[in-house]
Ligand binder design. Sequence first.
Ligand code: SF4
Length: 149
Amino acid sequence: MHFDNSSCNGCDIEVLACLTPLYDVERFGIVNMGNPKHADVLLITGPVNRRTARVLRNLYEQVASPKMVIAVGTCASSGGVFHNCYNVLGGVDKVIPVDVYIPGCAARPEAIIDGVVMALQSLTEQRHLWVTCPHCQTEHEVTDQRWRI
Ligand code: SF4
């Protein structure tokens, strides 16, 4: 799920570019979700300000564990150009834990896809499922390969 904290929208356009036919992340099984309860990964752009901090924490708590948080762009990583503004708290990690930081102003789609892949690799290690084979009744370890962002 993509959430715009309070960015200038430069990073948001690059996130959207990942969904266009040019980059087409859906071919890797990555689907953008509108509901945090259906997402595995929270993709955040922009710095945290006093108004969005509560919303961000609320969204984070609604994403089921195991989950990953990706800070997209310099602002989401550290506050960036908005650092020390009167209403800005700083990067996303001032409010919720961040797993992957993607630098850049704006972060390039290639870097965003790279960061998402890193997060999904880490999620894959955490999310090994055990299913019982209906034929031999033994348990097999499988990995969920579809991801909702
Ligand atoms: S990192 Fe740059 S492009 Fe991204 S939100 Fe901040 S100012 Fe805008």
